[in-house]
Design a protein around this ligand. Sequence first.
Ligand code: SAM
Length: 226
Amino acid sequence: MRINVITIFPDYLEGPLGLSIPGRAREAGLIDYHLIDLRAYTTDRHRTTDDEPFGGGGGMVMKPEPFDEALRALERPGHVVSLSPRGRPFDHDTAVRFALESDLTLLCGRYKGIDERVGEAWVDEEVSIGDYVLSGGEPAALVVIDAVVRLLPGALGDHDSAASDSFYEGRLSAPAYTRPAEHRGRSVPDVLRSGDHPRIERWRTGQADAATRQRRPDLLDLDAAD
Ligand code: SAM
């Protein structure tokens, strides 16, 4: 898989993409990140990527031409996604869908966002990582990339095991414990030390269901618990 990211801050992403699971997946040849500096596609001396908004109001808007040129320069843009608080919520199912693409291109906005005509011409979908406003699309791109890359076959080792993570089965995960068995007067539930794996599985399922019911009834199509 290849992920292109168009941004005015490629350095923002370089470090995190070299670490942990995204970094290991790149080393293993499962993924290739292509960080594209939007300013390389400007034509003026100041390498300008923004301009005043039509219709007035505060803030600047990202110009369409540099995005257009950067996208044209890509041999295979693939599925083009714009990070935006106006987008549909990014969730597990969206990550699964993106992980099935061979080429994904992420557009990072800044200021008041990207000129709408870029969206009309190029963007397959806009996604939001939550109901809040970030200063730029770069942290959102990192969130999307991390969630997608860990779904690629071979990206996770056994110790990172994804199958028992939240959202895989449409609910939250069970709580996790490690050594020591006693810590500052708090004990690990006995069942987890019983060695009785069917019982442990039942306990985990019960815990996962209870947490989901209480914290995320929307995942079960239920009304919020008291
Ligand atoms: N004026 C825009 C609005 O109100 O919808 C907000 C622009 S925001 C300050 C600048 C950029 O940050 C956006 O173009 C987008 O790329 C990114 N961004 C901000 N919040 C985001 C979110 N919740 N999810 C994804 N991207 C976000």
